[in-house]
Design a protein around this ligand. Structure first.
Ligand SMILES: [Zn+2]
Length: 293
């Protein structure tokens, strides 16, 4: 199952198996006896691993050549380098690591237009300091207007979480977050008889739940509450969207996220008023956080 998951996620396995001798509990060869002792097992341990010629088989020459062709083509874009100097993307994308779900290409956007975070099954986990830092930076410094959480069908991570299999640590710990989504929506999912339809619905529900997890984040709440009192803003920012993508259909579909989180404001809401959010954000209204400036 782990192999199937790895393959479905597009992750690559080592091309050559790791030498078992390096990981077994077999005692290290005695320096006295050494590899010339005549012991056939130890002779095998010390058999030199054949090395390929320098850079032989490396994909880098091909990839660098492709990069040159790509760079020459993209460099023709009017105003590109002005945009890249500024780095002011409007969007934060939270998607799956799956190789078939490239953020910029799916949105028809180029370099400099999307701030990106990807992980297995596009999860928004409160104790993931990597993602939480990305959200904080995107909201407080880049001031993105929209956060997009993208799930996708054919997601090996979601499919793995539907099996009673221990995928080992830390992968199984990660997938447990999806199992929790199954529990939250068990009634709806159990009512879907077709396993494939149930799986596709779980992909959608997972994206929606992760969107709610973005809403729950303190810096997103703070920014939204503060912008609510900003008359210069046409709408509350950042907006948060859930979409799902079908790699076999190449189209994004927006999901209607209404999981009644308002009913739980007494649990999640951190800022009772916009003024409170403004004060907490900066210590003085209107100022920018000092870090990263
Ligand atoms: Zn995936």
């Amino acid at each position: 199952m782990l192999l199937a998951l790895v393959l479905s996620l597009g992750l690559s396995l080592p091309q050559r198996p790791i030498r078992a001798a390096a990981w077994t509990s077999r005692p290290a060869p005695s320096p006295v006896m050494g590899p010339t002792s005549g012991d056939p097992i130890r002779k095998m341990d010390f058999k030199p691993v054949p090395r390929p010629p320098a850079r032989g088989g490396s994909p880098m020459p091909q990839l660098l050549a492709q990069n040159k062709r790509w760079a020459a083509e993209v460099a023709k874009t009017p105003g590109l380098f002005d945009r890249l100097r500024q780095h002011q993307p409007k969007y934060l994308w939270i998607g799956c690591s799956d190789a078939r779900v490239p953020s910029n290409q799916l949105l028809g956007l180029g370099p400099g237009e999307v701030f990106v975070q990807r992980n297995i099954a596009n999860l928004v986990v409160n104790v993931d300091t990597n993602l939480m830092s990305v959200i904080q930076y995107a909201v407080d410094v880049l001031k993105v207007s929209d956060i997009i959480v993208c799930g996708h069908y054919e997601c090996g991570g979601v499919r793995a979480a539907m099996t009673n299999t221990n995928h080992g640590s830390p992968l199984e710990n990660w997938l447990r977050n999806i199992r929790d989504v199954v529990r939250l929506h068990a009634h709806e999912l159990k009512a879907i008889a077709d396993p494939e339809a149930r799986y596709r619905r779980l992909v959608e529900l997972n994206a929606m739940e992760q969107t709610l997890n973005v809403y729950k984040t303190h810096c997103v709440q703070r920014a939204r509450a503060a912008s609510a009192s900003d008359t210069a803003q046409q709408h509350v920012v950042p907006r948060v969207h859930a979409v799902v993508y079908d790699p076999l259909g190449l189209e994004l579909k927006e999901l209607d996220v209404d999981l009644e989180i308002e009913d739980y404001e007494e649990v999640y809401k951190l800022y009772p008023t916009a003024e409170a959010a403004m004060h907490h954000k900066t210590g003085s209204e209107g100022a920018r956080p000092e870090y990263f400036v």
